[in-house]
Design a protein around this ligand. Structure first.
Ligand SMILES: Cc1cc2nc3c(=O)[nH]c(=O)nc-3n(C[C@H](O)[C@H](O)[C@H](O)COP(=O)(O)O)c2cc1C
Length: 169
């Protein structure tokens, strides 16, 4: 066991990297333009009401733009969207240049080829260290028709992975 007070940021990140997750793009429409960023820290919170959450760095430039709209979409990325994950984590690039998207029922950008889309309205925000925890109430969800073949983009120990085996409970 390591004493928490002596844990440096690198060790902390390496340890938490052992928790595998999917990857999302959090997106919103700001003055008619799509805005979005890559986000791993997404998870489900509550069924009744339907709530989801993610953590965003306080240094994020996208979240302060999306925040006042109080509406955002969560795009659950598929394995085929690995490049989109990298692009939406880069600064000073046109993230939307090579991405097909449509507008959701609540006006949020939905990225083509995603596994699933969730349309959310901001339910709560909590300050937490160098991040903000955002909780969204899900208003609408849908998936692309005829794409049961898509597999999720997995992030584990600092690398992207693809699922190779399935086993029931
Ligand atoms: C695989 C991956 C996962 C990420 N997960 C998060 C996350 O959960 N929260 C976050 O704030 N940034 C996360 N990032 C970093 C942001 O995508 C990155 O800092 C981006 O440039 C932020 O854009 P913005 O300044 O437009 O908000 C992740 C990046 C990658 C590549």
């Amino acid at each position: 066991m390591m004493d928490m007070s002596s844990i440096d940021a690198r060790t902390f990140r390496d340890a938490l990297g052992h928790y595998a997750s999917g990857i999302t793009i959090i997106s919103g429409m700001v003055e008619g333009e799509p805005v979005g960023f890559t986000c791993q820290s997404f998870y489900s919170v509550s069924t009744e009401p339907p709530l989801v959450s993610f953590s965003v760095m306080k240094s994020s430039t996208s979240w302060p733009k999306i925040r006042p709209v109080r509406n955002f979409a969560v795009n659950l990325l598929s394995w085929d969207q690995l490049e989109i994950s990298n692009t939406f984590a880069k600064a000073a690039v046109d993230r939307w240049a090579k991405v097909g998207w449509t507008e959701s029922a609540h006006g949020n950008p939905l990225i083509e080829g995603a596994l699933f889309w969730l349309d959310c309205e901001t339910y709560a925000e909590h300050e937490a260290g160098d991040h903000t925890i955002v909780i969204g109430r899900v208003r609408y969800l849908c998936r692309p028709a005829d794409r049961n073949d898509l597999s999720p983009l997995i992030f584990y120990k600092g690398s992207y992975r693809q699922l190779s085996e399935t086993r029931g409970l």
